[in-house]
Design a protein around this ligand. Sequence first.
Ligand code: ADP
Length: 236
Amino acid sequence: MILSCENVSLSYDGATVAENINFRVEDGDYLCILGENGSGKTTLIKALLGLKKVAGGSIVFGDGVSPQKIGYLPQKQSFNTDFPACVTEIVRTGFLGSRGFRPYYSSRERERAKEIMESLGISAFAKRSFDELSGGQQKRVLLARALCSAEKLLILDEPTAALDPIVTEELYEITKKLNEEKKISVIMVSHDVAAATKFANRILHIKHEQLFFGSAEEYLKTELAKTYMGGHGRVG
Ligand code: ADP
């Protein structure tokens, strides 16, 4: 098991935004979290990452899993540096979460960052400034950064928002490959039901409470999926 959410509820200043959340992520799972805007998806992700306390219930992690060892690709990312950071520097900061701040990286970490950059096809712009890259290239750099801390689990919060269809497909393929070949479990927040049910094996649909948790196949048979696909899901 990677993690288990047991009767979790989440709130801001006493106002509940999600409750009765119960699901498990097993080793090798690819879970898509669906739900319209404001349903509590990002808040739930923050709780899994230990950035937000649950208001009730508990999140239990499997052996060797902890929030620090989760690779995280946030929805929005800004870097407040006084100088334009190059791609390699950005990728290596992925190691900082697990061991606190250090001004240097071990040779093992440097080597690992290089391997990850090669596997994601971004070595060619290793020395380029992050700000100069296209949206799709920046997403791959941020994914590489997330992979530096992803030992068993990678969480992606709407990774394809604002990407064109070709780059979107590419990002889905890369994620699927990491899941299948590197055996990294994936949790992805998405609005794209067609892609979610194509790539993920498990679906969690929330709207302030849990509306569905189960296999992608079962989800597709529900009225919920049909309604959601009609209203929100993009096909393709
Ligand atoms: P989603 O990711 O599904 O769009 P969020 O988890 O971002 O939903 O938000 C769920 C609800 O919590 C929304 O009503 C949102 O306005 C509220 N919310 C989100 N962040 C905060 C915050 N920092 N303080 C107060 N309310 C918040």
